[in-house]
Design a protein around this ligand. Structure first.
Ligand SMILES: [Zn+2]
Length: 295
């Protein structure tokens, strides 16, 4: 065999190997989830059977996110895209249309019980676990349709996961039922917990509304501080996705204590206390209870 022929064989072998790799890769669906909490839900349901990419990662603020070139590429290559909807991802429509993707787009909040705050739709629907169950059922229905060969596995994963969410919902209701009325009002940086408040009988006040884009006016902040001085609140909490400065200012002016950090719109980095939706909810509940019982 001449060197040229050997070389040709090598090239052909490389081409066939790359074709084989490509067809193997095509067997696995590429799924994009818009933010970390939704990405975890998708992973819990699909397991190892697809590649899941999350756009807005841990500890990041999806309200004001600026997509990167890598995000556009992931969206362009995706087969399925899951978004929260309800106005949460203000950037997703542009990203999806500009990427030219052929992916099917699915809104995970389809069918949730919507909470409004000051007349606006609150997008943070995952902060009620029963809504979380609706997200998971929507995700599983989409995945079963797109991956019919894996439908049994998807259904098994869904059933186990929904049981866990329902059990935590029942436990949360039982735990919070014992909380006295004067321990039920707390303050966070932005209005991310309307669904938790609604589902579990709490009141969450915040200097910033349902998205993090707007700074509160000095007047709004003064009104909130006056209200807290008059009516009190059981504790203040900073969030993982927003600056603690405003909450610190409220603490300084009211004398109320900061009770810890809640994970509002994103999971924690790996190794942190909130690396999954379930862990995040448990961590938030524990943080709330520790601060409220300590007072
Ligand atoms: Zn938010």
């Amino acid at each position: 065999m001449t060197l040229t022929r050997k070389f040709r064989h090598l090239i052909l072998a490389m081409i066939f190997a790359s074709i084989a790799n490509a067809s193997f890769a095509e067997d696995r669906l590429k799924i994009v989830a818009s933010f970390s909490i939704l990405g975890d839900m998708v992973e819990q349901v699909v397991g190892e059977q697809a590649d899941v990419t999350t756009i807005v990662g841990p500890d990041a603020d999806a309200h004001v996110y600026q997509p990167s070139v890598a995000d556009a590429r992931a969206v362009a290559d995706a087969d399925i895209i899951f978004v929260n909807g309800l106005g949460f991802e203000t950037w997703s429509d542009t990203l999806i249309s500009e990427s030219g993707t052929n992916a099917s787009i699915h809104v995970a909040t389809e069918g949730v019980m919507i909470v409004t705050i000051d007349g606006e739709t609150d997008p943070h629907a995952w902060n009620s676990l029963l809504n979380g169950v609706i997200y998971v059922n929507n995700i599983a229905a989409t995945l079963s349709e797109k991956m019919p060969a894996k439908a049994d596995m998807i259904e098994a994963n869904r059933a186990v996961y929904v049981d866990q969410l329902m059990a935590l919902d029942t436990a949360t209701k039982a735990t919070l039922a014992n909380l006295p009325a004067n321990k039920r009002t707390v303050v966070t940086a932005h209005d991310a917990f309307g669904y938790l408040a609604d589902a579990y009988g709490m009141t969450f006040l915040a200097p910033v509304g349902i998205d993090t884009e707007a700074e509160p006016s000095a007047q709004d902040l003064a009104i909130l501080i006056d209200q807290l001085k008059a009516d009190g609140a059981a504790a203040l909490f900073v969030e993982n996705i927003t600056s603690p400065a405003l909450v610190q200012q409220i603490a300084d002016e009211t004398g109320l204590t900061i009770g810890g950090r809640l994970f509002s719109d994103a999971l924690s980095q790996s190794g942190g206390p909130a690396t999954s939706y379930l862990a995040m909810f448990e961590h938030n509940l524990e943080t709330l209870l520790t601060a409220l019982k300590g007072n």
